[in-house]
Ligand binder design. Structure first.
Ligand SMILES: [Mg+2]
Length: 398
């Protein structure tokens, strides 16, 4: 039996300025993610209505977590979190990781989660835990010379179908994607005129795309139950597949109401801003059709495997939010994930750009609507050597 390697170091870095990759909201120049009108919970404030950049959607940036084994092998992961996540990784979570055997993923997650309960449970602390967890999975794969998808049970399918998120589902259809999910431009703050414009947009995309091409709206927490039900009803003749994240994440009763009162079987989906098995247990209890944890945010791969088991037992789908290779490795090995998301990162959503550009040198991209994973160890990607990282809180002792 090969010797079990121990972890000897854990480091967190941030990337200065520019395109942030894992924090895909941090985009330079004109970009559909930051420059177009998208309904948000901040739309009720006129000053913060025009774009999401106005209220700071790009404020966090990327954090890179590196974990090193005693033989010098390094695994890494990236997530949204920037300087505050780097602080938590170095000042708090490091003590639960350094000195552990690399394979002790369960105990490391359990200690990080429980030690941060007094300020954590959801949001940024879980992003940081996810970064550490995925870095350890990457390290374990590199030590075993196995891809992560093989370590979690092997491929359920040879190629993973993906749909495209972006403002041009018509172009996504031409590129071979399974479907197109469009950001909803208007919410309750834009009144009845906004609702009519949303419906007109839905009609436009249905007419522009084939009848079998699935379409969805992403509502980014912006709606009320009453508004969402009006929109759902209007989408009935247009055959939309789902309506995503209509309500703020804490409105579990609202999601229950949408499931009960929808006038046709459009899927109710959400979960990119939900965290941990406990959050998803509550979310699944609402009866929604699809949960959408982000592998880099929800608690990491260790946690999404538990979320998937719960969803699978209830015959619900798990379609991870964003998360690039971390999603692809999970998805291709998941019985509950027949397809996954691809975020269109080109500024006008008119070409295929790797989701975490510019972080990796060899990030897989969809071809004809499918992601294919090779046998590279860990999550299978290498960092772009041209980027410059700084370590804001270098640890001096464990
Ligand atoms: Mg979404």
């Amino acid at each position: 039996m090969p010797a079990m390697k121990k972890i000897v170091d854990l480091r967190a870095y941030v990337l200065a300025g520019g395109e942030q990759g894992a924090d895909y909201h941090a985009r330079a120049g004109e970009h559909w993610i930051t420059s177009t009108v998208i309904a948000t919970p901040m739309s009720k404030y006129p000053a913060y209505r025009p774009t999401r950049k106005a209220f700071g959607i790009d404020v966090l940036g990327t954090v890179l977590v590196e974990v090193e084994a005693e033989d010098g092998t390094i695994g890494f992961s990236v997530t949204t979190g920037g300087v505050p996540a780097a602080y938590l990784v170095e000042k708090h979570f490091r003590r639960f990781v350094v000195g552990q055997p690399v394979h002790n993923l369960e105990v490391m997650f359990d200690q990080m989660f429980n030690a941060s309960l007094f300020y954590g449970r959801k949001g940024l602390p879980l992003n940081a835990i996810s970064g550490v967890d995925c870095a350890i999975w990457d390290l374990l794969g590199r030590l075993r010379q196995e891809p992560v998808w093989a370590m979690i049970g092997g491929k359920m399918r040879d190629h993973q179908p993906v749909y495209a998120t972006g403002p041009r589902p018509d172009l996504a259809e031409k590129m071979g994607f399974l479907g197109g999910k469009v950001p909803l431009p208007y919410g309750p703050a834009h009144g009845d005129a906004g609702l009519r414009k949303n419906i007109a947009l839905a009609r436009k995309w249905r007419e522009a795309c084939g009848e079998d091409f699935f379409l969805a709206f992403d509502c980014w927490m912006a709606l009320t139950p009453a508004y969402a039900l009006q929109l759902i009803d209007a989408l009935k003749p247009l055959g939309f597949r789902w309506i995503e994240e209509c309500l703020p994440p804490d409105d579990y009763d609202g999601y229950r109401r949408l499931v009960e009162q929808r006038t046709h079987p459009i899927w109710i989906t959400t979960g990119e801003h939900e965290y941990s098995r406990w959050g998803f247990e509550t979310l699944l209890s609402t009866g929604i059709d699809v949960v959408q944890p982000d592998v880099n945010w929800c608690g990491g791969l260790t946690e999404i495997l538990k979320i998937k088991a719960m969803a699978s037992a209830k015959r619900r789908l798990v379609v991870p939010h964003g998360s690039s290779v971390y999603s692809y490795h999970f998805s291709i090995a998941s019985d509950a994930t027949p397809f996954s998301e691809f975020l269109m990162m080109s500024p006008r959503a008119d070409s295929i750009v790797p989701m975490f550009t510019p972080l990796f040198t060899n990030e897989p991209v969809p071809e004809d609507g499918y992601i294919t994973l090779n046998d590279n160890p860990g999550f299978g990607v290498e960092m772009n050597p041209e980027l410059s990282w700084e370590r804001p809180f270098p640890a001096v002792c464990v």
